[in-house]
Write a protein that binds this ligand. Structure first.
Ligand code: TGC
Ligand code: FAD
Length: 444
């Protein structure tokens, strides 16, 4: 059925008649705070009712008054990123995720809120903020969607950071300001089809051909690759040393096929990087690092952001489930009044609170340049499993409604299946802690 050119009031009443009562009861009628957003015309009813999604009513839980640990500047940054997410991400993200499309139009806004390279100095176009601010920004963005946080993580921690930390002055001035605004987007190529958790085994390689390098090989599972203008590519030189190269879209022999059929991070573009005799100018080599510590140093930055970010997804699931538990009535009372649901909610807020205190402490250590890679691993692992468990429990609290796009929980849950795998799997981070406390390596 097509509706076109009708008044908002008439459209609302048409929707009320067409949408199944079960959906209406939960989405709009029984909830005084609910808000119907009017879709663009023309629309098809009733098969697509994702436009009925609720207004974003998110309020962050703060059970241990952890806000008091933040400065006024941090709270201001959080408020502005939260507003941006409520205004720009929440209203559209479900549709983009359902269509498995990256909302490219958000790039400009991400640049404007300082999400790209928040800790990179202002002279290179970054925001010059501290690590607490960086964490807060990632938390607020991932509260909206892990895929959008992924885009920011890759750009800031995996593309800008290596250029800043390992690049020449010319490279920094050439690339960083454009990356900070989003005018230029980048991606990070470490993982290969046969080398995921063990990147040291990579086979992508380059040879010195006098006036250029000749690059061959392939990378897989690369966030942002389908639209990135540059790729930071980790490859072995003729002596087997891992080096970083800046490969630009348009170089002959360089292609970036997109990876389809994902059930996770559907609003993030993932793809491959294929190098078939790509001539890379010598000035595109990152001069100041060699060895696996180059890419792993970037991962410390990104894993730190995920430690904060995944808690954002957890808080969104908890906030949604708590509100729903107070509104949804069964057997004559709100389901939040049943002990079984209270157990789930009480455990969620306990785990969120522990996670909040852990990342806050990690942030202070990072600001003092004292956070160890193993501490970052512990926090990334803890936040992601906390978020995944909370998403699964929150979905149950919502019953059948939990599987729909009316609520963000199922999307968060599916996203988190990637987050628990990328930037080092749950197992790898456990083994990093194991190595750190025993001195015994159990990877090999
Ligand atoms: P190992 O022999 O332990 O170390 C090799 C060299 O690296 C140094 N190192 C580190 N340096 C900085 N930061 C770290 N976290 C470091 N960990 C190790 C180490 O000191 C050594 O230096 P040197 O000077 O002696 O050469 O290396 P290994 O081959 O035994 O591997 C260790 C292991 C398994 C922990 C590591 O390979 C690992 O972390 N594997 C997981 C791989 C991974 O996380 N891949 C992520 C790909 S990127 C991604 O997923 C982006 S998703 C982005 C998004 O969308 O958000
Ligand atoms: P494998 O390494 O094959 O692991 C398979 C299983 O074996 C896991 O459970 C793992 O924990 C376990 N395992 C492996 N080694 C051990 C061991 N020693 N002991 C015990 N268990 C072990 N990579 C990039 O370079 N850039 C990106 O931008 C990027 N983006 C990504 C986006 C998405 C959506 C996804 C899903 C992945 C992305 N990755 C990216 C790749 C990601 O980092 C890898 O998937 C991850 O490191 C794991 O590698 P793998 O998938 O090959 O799994």
């Amino acid at each position: 059925m097509q509706l076109a050119g009708v008044e908002t009031r008439i459209l609302e009443s048409a929707i009320l008649q067409i949408i199944p009562q079960s959906v209406l009861r939960i989405s709009t009628l029984k909830n005084p705070k609910s808000n119907i957003r009017i879709p663009k015309f023309p629309i098809s009813l009733p098969t697509n009712y994702t436009f009925m999604s609720r207004k974003d009513l998110y309020e962050s839980p703060d059970y241990y008054l952890a806000d008091e640990l933040l400065s006024d500047e941090h709270k201001l940054i959080r408020a502005s990123v939260r507003d941006w997410v409520k205004k720009e991400v929440s209203p559209i993200i479900e549709d983009y995720a359902q269509r498995a499309e990256f909302p490219k139009h958000l790039i400009k806004g991400l640049g404007e809120i300082g999400a790209f390279g928040p800790t990179i100095p202002v002279e290179y176009g970054g925001a010059g903020l501290d690590y607490m601010a960086y964490g807060i920004i990632m938390q607020e963005i991932e509260r909206g969607d892990s895929g959008i946080r992924s885009t920011a993580s890759v750009q800031g921690s995996l593309v800008m950071y290596p250029i800043y930390a390992y690049g020449s002055e010319e490279q920094k001035h050439k690339y960083l300001p454009k990356l900070a605004t989003g005018e230029l987007m980048g991606c990070f190529g470490l993982t290969e089809p046969d080398h995921g958790s063990d990147p040291g085994g990579m086979t992508t390689n380059f040879k010195d051909k006098g006036d250029h390098y000749l690059l061959n090989g392939a990378k897989m599972w690369i966030s942002n690759s389908p639209f990135a203008g540059i790729a930071i590519v980790w490859a072995k030189d003729e002596s087997g040393k891992i080096r970083g190269l800046i490969v630009e879209r348009g170089m002959e022999g360089f292609t970036t096929p997109e990876t389809h059929n994902k059930w996770s991070l559907r609003a993030s573009a993932t793809g491959e990087l294929v190098f078939d005799n790509v001539k890379v100018p010598k000035e595109n080599l990152l001069p100041n690092v060699a060895g696996l510590k180059g890419p792993l140093g970037c991962l410390n930055q990104a894993r730190y952001g995920i430690a904060w970010g995944a808690l954002g997804a957890a808080m969104d699931c908890y906030d949604t489930a708590l509100r729903y538990s107070k509104e949804r009535r069964q057997f004559g009372k709100p389901i939040g009044g049943f002990q079984l649901q209270q157990k789930k909610l009480a455990e969620m807020i306990t785990e969120i609170t522990k996670g909040q205190l852990l990342v806050w402490r990690l942030g202070t250590l990072k600001n003092e340049n004292r956070a160890t890679p193993a501490q970052i691993s512990m926090s990334k692992r803890n936040s992601v499993i906390t978020a995944l468990n909370i998403a699964r429990e929150a979905r149950q609290i919502l019953g059948g409604m939990g599987i729909t796009g009316e609520y963000p929980i199922m999307r968060h849950m599916m996203n988190l299946e990637s987050v628990i795998t990328y930037e080092g799997t749950h197992d790898i981070h456990l083994l990093i802690t194991g190595l750190d406390i025993t001195g015994e390596e159990a990877f090999k």
